[in-house]
Design a protein around this ligand. Structure first.
Ligand code: C5P
Length: 404
């Protein structure tokens, strides 16, 4: 269940109340479930718990001030508002609830609340008499009406000695409620390792052998996997593409480096998707100095590179393995052969003889094959094709071993 929090970005707003000590444990629980947490504290909150404590637990600097130029330079309030998937105010004091209900933006937390399109939630914490106050209940009603989730409060003994409603929920329960805010995606709780782009095989310090792969398809697949809820490690050859959000990117140059990075990442992974156009051969010797043009002809001796996807498929703990095939003729015959020879679970084939799709294009079309079936994904943008492919991959995952 908590797997839904994997990779999610949560802004935790802490306001002034004795329950702020529970926020410390909540941060731990959210991070244990794989969420990233940025903490925003009001001035009153800092009387109850120190920013340093919450900084250590969240692993990020705590945000306290709307008008601090240094803090704004690191991650401004608008950036923070855009970053979040969920803004949870816990504890939410009566004062803060009133300001949120009225749309007052007089500190960082309330400003960010107005500026975000993230899901919104509050965990009220206050004295039972304050909780029962008609003005508080009216403010809460307004927030609920606007779709704000209200977690708790619980009833019981209060710090002030009263007994009644108003205690903040415990951290474990709050983490569960946060998870409830997110749908389960087809790959929720899964770890996916993807290779993308070309590799470069050095001839000498200034020259190399490579190919025209842009990496766009692999990057689109990485993005589609994140969208489906997965944790993604993207091992990328030399490409000039920005890293999709929430993807752990490992940059490599040669096939041997790519294999080493994949082997480090793939233990325990659920899915391996090999979109990289790995150079099949590399020069046997890399010249120490730039090769001079002295002779009329020059021969390079090439040796076979390791086959990364086959190496992963041969592991005893193999994940679901998906390969790509770029062919110029007899596309499906070659792909079926590759599926069996490389012991893949699935292969996606490109007809690279077509000029309108494939290598450097923004579009693609794929025929996806597996042992018992096949599916044609008609020409569309690479992100669209990637989403459809991820859907097919998710259907083929064994149900057992699901980590959510
Ligand atoms: O044999 P071929 O290169 O056509 O196979 C393509 C598939 O194998 C792709 O999924 C590609 O990423 C993968 N591959 C690999 N390591 C290699 C060569 C290809 O992982 N050395």
């Amino acid at each position: 269940m908590l797997a839904r929090l994997a990779n999610k970005r949560i802004v935790l707003g802490v306001t002034g109340g004795i329950a702020a000590y529970k926020s410390a444990e909540l941060i731990r629980r959210l991070r244990d479930a794989g969420a990233e947490v940025q903490v925003v504290m009001t001035a009153a909150a800092q009387h109850f718990i120190t920013p340093l404590t919450l900084q250590a637990l969240s692993g990020n600097p705590v945000h306290t001030d709307l008008l601090d130029p240094a803090a704004e330079a690191a991650m401004g309030h608008i950036e923070l508002a855009r970053w979040a998937d969920l803004v949870l105010v816990a504890p939410a004091s009566a004062d803060c609830i009133a300001r949120l209900a009225q749309g007052i933006a007089n500190d960082l937390l309330t400003t960010l609340w107005l500026a975000t399109r993230a899901r919104l939630a509050i965990a009220p914490a206050m004295n039972q008499q304050m909780w029962a106050a008609p003005s508080l209940q009216a403010n809460l009603g307004q927030l609920r009406q606007r779709g704000v989730a209200v977690f708790g409060p619980a009833a019981g003994a209060q710090a002030c000695g009263d007994v009644g409603e108003g205690r903040m929920l415990e951290a474990v329960e709050l983490a569960d409620r946060c998870a409830d805010q997110f749908d389960t995606g087809a790959l929720t709780g899964r770890h996916v390792v993807i290779t993308a782009g070309p590799t470069r095989e050095a001839i000498d310090p200034v020259r190399y052998i490579s190919n025209h792969s842009s990496g766009k398809m692999g990057f689109a697949v990485a993005e589609a996997c994140v969208e489906a809820g997965a944790r993604v490690t993207l091992v990328a050859g030399p490409v000039s593409l920005p890293t999709p959000g929430r993807v752990t990117r490992v940059d490599v140059t040669s096939a041997q480096e790519m294999l080493a990075a994949v082997e480090r990442a793939v233990a325990g992974a659920d899915i391996f998707i090999a979109t990289a156009a790995v150079a099949d051969y590399r020069p046997a010797q890399v010249a120490g100095q730039k090769i001079k043009k002295l002779a009329d002809t020059l021969s390079l001796e090439l040796v076979r590179n390791p086959d990364i996807v086959s190496t992963v498929a041969a592991r005893p703990d193999r994940p679901l393995v998906v390969g790509f095939a770029a062919e110029t003729e007899k596309v499906l015959d070659h792909a079926r052969d590759k599926l069996a020879r490389k012991r893949l679970d699935m292969i996606a084939c490109n007809d690279v003889a077509r000029s309108d799709i494939g290598f450097r294009s923004d579009d693609n079309a794929l025929t996806v094959l597996w042992k018992e079936g096949e599916c044609v994904l008609e020409k569309a943008s690479k992100p669209t094709i990637a989403r459809q492919l991820v859907g097919l991959i998710a259907e083929r995952l064994p149900a057992s071993g699901r980590k959510d």
